[in-house]
Design a binder for this molecule. Structure first.
Ligand SMILES: [Zn+2]
Length: 446
């Protein structure tokens, strides 16, 4: 599949492969205090052990042996100057510039600083691009938040701060996503549907956008929310392992299996929306919109029937003009009209009318998220508009989120009625096909 060929030439793979053949010095680094006071530490350790203060064992990291080109690169921070790194098992640091290795054999926190283009880990100096690899069980903490896999720190575009990217096996990545994107106590079949949707979505984004940047996804809602080990639960682990490698594909005209953009949102409001009505582009057969009777009884009432929001026309004009500089030709937006509706009255297109008579249009979803970038007030594009003088009220709101693809509350509703995750996926992504990809394959075929 495409992501295999993409990463076969990526810096990530080159970096990982280069370790094997290069000549390096390898240095073990211990904390001085730990060496000097070894006897004291041994006593402390005995006391802690007797007191029952052993560390909780960490579950294995699924996919840790999978080829590195199939791992997910998650942008944790784009502009960081300092952080602390800890690993209970110690870690290895590879300087990707000089191709040297250093071993940090301590479970104490190390302060990492970026000073004049030099990365300083504890007291050890590196270049501006390093890969941190924790030893088994392959877990590290950055600023006290635990993650699986490796961590790359490199100078960002400004050269003044760090870009911090977590390289994590796909299946381990999902452990940190599913319980944040969906309630981890929901029905097992709902969690499994979410796991397949999240896996598919991640691979689609990785393939579509990852090739031209140093990371595949962010850790926020702009991709999928990812919280590392803090988000893992036994139910999430079960959902991920029971669907391991399963993704949704569409068949192209020439019979090729293409990973679909498996969008999902909180509650559709009664009918999911065709993808092209929300995001533009060509129609996607598996994202055409289906009537959903399952979310109203599951969603929180205030999320499903959201309360009216009032703004002045001036505020609306200012937000839109700031977001879209091309609207300058309208001078100021004096009015707008909903010009196209989708299912359940979802606003698909809005015509903006300028003070000088010029007009332009924006997509309904963009209109909503420009007026409310959090998406937590105007919770969906299903609303009606009431204008009174200078005041505009968005009312009769239904649903939460963009409404394309899988409806998460509807998924829980279906699972409660005894539907399997396969039933759920084929309902919300009609025409799609569930296939299993083998991430252990080391093929580099396109
Ligand atoms: Zn729904």
């Amino acid at each position: 599949m495409d992501w295999v060929s993409e990463s076969s030439t990526s810096p990530f793979e080159r970096a990982c492969v280069s370790v094997k053949g290069m000549k390096t010095y390898k240095e073990s680094i211990h904390r001085p205090s730990a060496c000097r006071n070894s006897v004291l530490w041994a006593c402390v350790l005995c006391i802690l052990t007797v007191a029952g203060c052993r560390r909780r064992p960490v579950d294995p990291s699924p996919g840790i042996d999978s080829p590195k080109q199939t791992w997910v690169r998650v942008l944790l921070f784009g502009n960081l100057r300092m952080c602390t790194i800890t690993s209970m098992s110690g870690f290895e640091v590879e300087d990707l510039g000089s191709q040297t290795l250093a071993d940090f054999r301590s479970d104490e926190p190390f302060i990492v600083q970026f000073l004049d283009g030099i990365l300083v880990v504890g007291e050890h100096h590196f270049g501006s691009d390093i890969l941190i690899r924790p030893h088994e069980p392959y877990v590290f903490q950055i600023n006290n938040r635990p993650y699986r896999g490796n961590l790359r720190l490199s100078a960002n575009k400004s050269g003044q701060a760090l870009e911090v990217v977590n390289y994590v096996p796909l299946e381990s990545y999902l452990l940190g996503v599913i319980g944040v994107e969906m309630q981890s106590y929901w029905e097992p079949e709902a969690l499994k549907a979410q796991a397949v949707a999240s896996r598919t979505y991640c691979l689609f984004i990785k393939d579509r956008f990852g090739q031209n940047r140093t990371w595949d996804v962010t850790q926020s809602e702009s991709s999928q929310v990812y919280r590392g080990l803090d988000a893992e639960t036994p139910t999430v682990r079960q959902a991920v392992s029971e669907t391991a490698g399963e993704v949704l594909v569409d068949l192209s005209a020439d019979g090729q299996e293409l990973i679909i953009p498996a969008y999902y949102s909180s509650s559709c409001g009664g009918h999911t929306e065709a993808a092209q009505n929300v995001f533009g582009g060509e129609p996607v057969a598996s994202l055409r919109g289906v009537r959903c009777r399952y979310c109203a009884s599951v969603a929180r009432r205030s999320n499903f029937y959201w309360k009216p929001i009032t703004m002045t026309m001036g505020q609306i004009s200012e937000k839109l003009m700031r977001r879209y500089p091309t609207l300058e030709k309208l001078e100021e937006i004096s009015d707008f009209k909903v010009s196209k509706l989708g299912y359940k009255g979802r606003v698909v297109r809005v015509r903006l009318i300028g003070k000088n008579g010029e007009t332009d249009t924006v997509r309904g979803e963009d209109f909503r998220l420009t007026l409310d970038p959090t998406g937590r007030k105007i919770k969906s594009a299903i609303f009606t508009v009431e204008k009174k003088g200078n005041l505009v009220t968005f009312q009769n709101g239904l649903g939460f989120g963009h409404g394309v693809g899988l409806c998460q509350c509807g998924t829980q509703g279906m699972a409660r009625k005894g539907k399997t995750y396969k039933d759920i996926l084929s309902f919300y992504y009609p025409k799609s096909k569930l296939v299993t990809i083998d991430l252990m394959e080391t093929t580099t075929e396109p």
